[in-house]
Design a protein around this ligand. Structure first.
Ligand code: 7UC
Ligand code: FE
Length: 276
């Protein structure tokens, strides 16, 4: 994990450039003491790239639609954002056509226990795979979809599931990418797949390879109870911190809270225009 100097100033272009470089070098950067409000947090995201509003409006911050809110706390009797998001291994927005470079999050209300986010580096994992597995991956493609983790909205009550599934597929059609690709900013080869969003792998001949997908998820530590070829990193934080990570190299997962403690966090996900 990288730490940018205590005197990081989001208004200084050199500082933002250093932050960008550190994110790609160290994959996760924690910024403490910035004391950003919602507008300031979104602004930092804008300096790093082009934020994209989450496609489901229920997740939007009421004043800043480009901000995604994960919250189980009501404000003035109103639900804000969506509770219990991201409790499965994934890369943010992996089911969209163009991978997102960076995610920024800022925890606002942090539970006493079971706090933090888990991360696995899939560039390091690719390096650590057996030569046989790496060979099997040559020429394969992976297909990603939000289907399994789409959250039922209040307005979906009494709707037939088939109708909802058809709507999900129409709004967010499955996306197919090379299973391994070269990271445009670091040059590393990265496995781009997750337990949450990757539904299949196909070989160069178009054959589905469910065993290969399972083997890769197990080898990368994304199946519970199976240790992967690289360690899982638990990133802890305090309310008000800002975490920025390389969303192309890492999969992450929210830590499960055993108790329904109040939890709130903001998020902005960006495309880096400096893309190669
Ligand atoms: O509610 C959630 O866990 C949201 C998830 C399905 N998508 C977040 C993302 O960025 O892909
Ligand atoms: Fe996430």
């Amino acid at each position: 994990m990288g730490l940018v100097a205590e005197h990081f100033d989001p208004d200084r272009a050199e500082d933002v450039q250093l932050l960008r470089k550190t994110v790609y070098r160290d994959k996760i950067v924690l910024l403490r003491g910035l004391e950003l409000d919602a507008a300031g947090f979104l602004d930092l995201g804008r300096r790093l790239g082009t934020p994209e509003a989450y496609y489901e409006p229920a997740y939007h911050h009421p004043e800043h639609p480009e901000m995604f809110v994960s919250s189980n706390v009501e404000e003035n009797g109103q639900r804000v954002g969506v509770p219990k998001t991201g409790r499965f291994w994934h890369s943010d927005y992996q089911f969209m056509p163009r991978p997102f470079d960076m995610t920024l999050t800022s925890p606002r209300v942090v539970p006493e226990r079971d706090r933090g986010t888990l991360f696995i580096d899939l560039a390091k994992a690719y390096e650590a795979l057996s030569a046989e597995l790496r060979e099997l991956l040559e020429g394969t493609v992976a297909t990603h979809t939000v289907r399994r983790y789409f959250k039922i909205r209040p307005s979906d009550v009494f709707r037939p599931v088939c109708e909802l599934l058809a709507e999900i597929d129409a709004k967010t059609p499955p996306v197919t990418t090379p299973t391994v690709y070269e990271h445009p900013h670091t040059g590393e080869r990265v496995l781009y797949l997750s337990e949450g969003f990757t539904e299949s792998i196909h070989d160069a001949a178009g054959q589905s390879c469910p065993e290969l997908l399972r083997e890769l998820l197990a080898a990368t530590g994304q199946l519970d109870g199976t240790p992967g070829v690289v360690p899982v990193h638990l990133q802890t934080f305090e309310a008000g911190d800002v975490l920025v990570w390389d969303n192309r190299s890492l999969v992450h997962r929210a830590v499960h809270t055993a108790t329904p403690a109040p939890t709130v966090s903001w998020r902005v996900t960006v495309h880096d225009p400096a893309e190669a």
